[in-house]
Write a protein that binds this ligand. Structure first.
Ligand code: HSE
Length: 430
C-alpha cells in the first residue's frame, strides 16, 4: 500500500489533535483512501512538554528546518502559528515541492499573496481549511462547491472565543473578564486573547474568505475592524429589549466589482438564524448569484474540530501527490480587485446616548443627525431617568461611515450629552 510521509511542525492543541486523530481513525482513512499517512517527524519548541497523547520520543525534534530536508516527508503541516519561522517553513516546503497544509490565519492574511505566488511558480498546492471556521468546510465550499457563483455576500461569526464571551454575557449575565477566562480554560482563545476580543482574529479570517471569494488578496489596511472589548451589560440589555442580539460579525460584500470587508459588533434581528449561533460555534451565511443563500454551522475552534479540518487537507494534499492538480488552493483572477474606502461603507446604526433629562434635548440630537442627512427610524428612552440624566436609544437609517463619524464627534460636543455616545452597527440581511 502506498505510504505518504507527514512532517508536523507544531504540537500545540491542534497539532496534538491531528496526531491523535490520525492514529485513532487510521483504519477508516486507510479503507477510504487506499493509502497510509504516517507522521515521520514532529517539530516542537520543547521536547519535554506533555502533549496529552503518546508520541514516540524519536519522532520529536526541535529543528523545524530538518522537516524540509527529510526525503521521507511529502507533506508539511505548519501549525507553529508564528510569523517568520512559519513563512520560512512554508516557502521552503514549496521550493522543495512538498505539499503544504497550514492553519495559520494571521500568516495567510498578511502573506497570502506571497505564499500563493510561490505556490503558482512551483505548482505546489497549499491547503488551509483549518484557518477559518474550525471544522466547518467553508474553504472547500467557496473553492469548489460555489465555483460557478459570484459571491454576493458572506456574513460570518468566525471567532469562537468572542461568540462564547457574548453568549455568556447575554445568557448568564457574566462579566467580560469571567467569560474570557472560561474561553481560555476551554482552549478556544488565541495565545494572545486580545486578538479574539479586538476583532483581529476575525479580521484575519474575513481576509481569507474575501480573498478566496474574489480572487485577490485583500490588503489588511482595507478592512474595517472593531472588537467587542468595549461592549457593556447595558448594550446587551438595551439591544435585547429592541429585539436584537449582538454578534461579532465579519461582513463581506461585493457590488459592481468593488468589495467591502469589515468586522465589528453588530446588532442582528433575534429572528435571524445567525442570532441563535451561540457559545464557541461559528456560522457563515453565504449568498451566491446562482446558488442563493447557504448556511454553514459548526465548531469554530477547539482541538477536535480544527484537527478534523487539518486531516481533510492532508488527504487533499496526498491526492495532489498522486495526481497533480490545476487548483493550488487559491486561484487569483482580475474580476474584482478594489476595496471600497472605509468611509464610504454604509450601514444602519444603533446609538445610545446618556443625556440631560430636560426638554429640548431630543431636538438638539435630531438636529445634528438631520443636518448630516441621517434619518432616525425610532427613539426609545428605555430606562427611567437617573437623577438628571436619561438614556436614549436611537435606531438610525442607512448612512456612511463618514456621516456617522462626524455625527458622533458633533454629538459628543453637545453640553447635554453627558457620556461618549455608544454606536453599534445594525445588519438586516435584506
Ligand atoms: N481563537 C480562535 C477562535 C480559534 O476563538 O475562534 C479558532 O481560530
Amino acid at each position: 500500500m502506498q505510504q505518504f510521509g507527514i512532517g508536523l511542525a507544531g504540537m500545540g492543541n491542534v497539532g496534538a489533535g491531528v496526531y491523535k486523530h490520525l492514529l485513532r481513525n487510521r483504519a477508516l482513512l486507510r479503507e477510504r483512501l487506499g493509502y497510509e499517512m504516517n507522521v515521520q517527524r514532529i517539530a516542537v519548541r520543547d521536547i519535554t512538554k506533555p502533549r496529552g497523547c503518546d508520541v514516540p520520543a524519536e519522532l520529536l525534534t526541535t529543528d523545524w528546518r530538518s522537516l524540509l530536508e527529510d526525503p521521507s516527508i511529502h507533506i508539511i503541516v505548519e501549525l507553529m502559528g508564528c510569523k517568520e519561522e512559519s513563512l520560512a517553513l512554508i516557502l521552503g516546503a514549496i521550493e522543495r515541492r512538498k505539499m503544504v497544509v497550514t492553519g495559520n490565519k494571521a500568516l495567510l492574511a498578511e502573506h497570502g499573496k506571497e505564499i500563493f505566488e510561490a505556490a503558482l511558480r512551483h505548482k505546489v498546492p497549499v491547503f488551509f481549511e483549518a484557518a477559518v471556521g474550525g471544522g466547518i468546510p467553508i474553504i472547500k465550499a467557496l473553492r469548489e462547491a460555489f465555483v460557478a457563483n459570484h459571491i454576493q455576500s458572506i456574513h460570518g461569526i468566525v471567532n469562537g472565543t468572542s461568540n462564547f464571551i457574548l453568549t455568556m454575557m447575554t445568557e448568564n449575565g457574566l462579566g467580560f473578564a469571567d467569560a474570557l477566562r472560561q474561553a481560555q480554560d476551554a482552549g478556544y482563545a488565541e495565545a494572545d486573547p486580545s486578538l479574539d476580543v479586538n476583532g483581529g482574529d476575525a479580521a484575519h479570517k474575513a481576509i481569507i474568505l474575501a480573498s478566496l471569494a474574489y480572487g485577490f488578496w485583500v490588503p489588511p489596511e482595507k478592512v474595517f475592524v472593531e472588537g467587542i472589548e468595549h461592549l457593556t451589560a447595558n448594550d446587551i440589555t438595551f439591544t435585547r429589549k429592541l429585539g436584537y442580539r449582538i454578534k461579532l460579525l465579519a461582513i463581506i460584500k461585493a457590488e459592481a466589482g468593488e468589495i467591502e470587508v469589515r468586522v465589528h459588533p453588530t446588532l442582528i434581528p433575534e429572528a435571524h438564524v445567525l442570532a441563535s449561533v451561540n457559545h464557541v460555534f461559528n456560522a457563515m451565511a453565504v449568498r451566491g448569484d446562482i446558488v442563493g443563500e447557504s448556511l454553514f454551522y459548526g465548531r469554530g475552534a477547539g482541538q477536535d474540530a480544527t484537527s478534523s479540518a487539518v486531516i481533510s487537507d492532508l488527504v487533499e494534499a496526498a491526492d495532489a501527490l498522486e495526481s497533480p492538480r490545476r487548483h493550488l488552493g487559491f486561484m487569483p483572477h482580475g474580476l474584482y480587485g478594489t476595496c471600497k474606502p472605509i468611509d464610504q461603507i454604509c450601514s444602519e446604526y444603533y446609538l445610545r446616548l446618556t443625556v440631560e433629562d430636560r426638554p429640548g434635548v431630543i431636538a438638539e440630537v435630531a438636529g445634528i443627525l438631520g443636518s448630516l442627512q441621517i434619518g432616525i427610524s425610532s427613539i426609545l428612552q428605555p430606562e427611567a431617568a437617573e437623577g438628571d440624566v436619561a438614556s436614549l436609544a436611537l435606531m438610525l437609517h442607512t448612512a456612511s461611515n463618514a456621516q456617522i463619524s462626524t455625527a458622533l464627534t458633533r454629538l459628543s460636543a453637545l453640553s447635554c450629552v453627558k457620556k461618549p455616545p455608544r454606536m453599534i452597527r445594525v445588519e438586516h440581511f435584506s
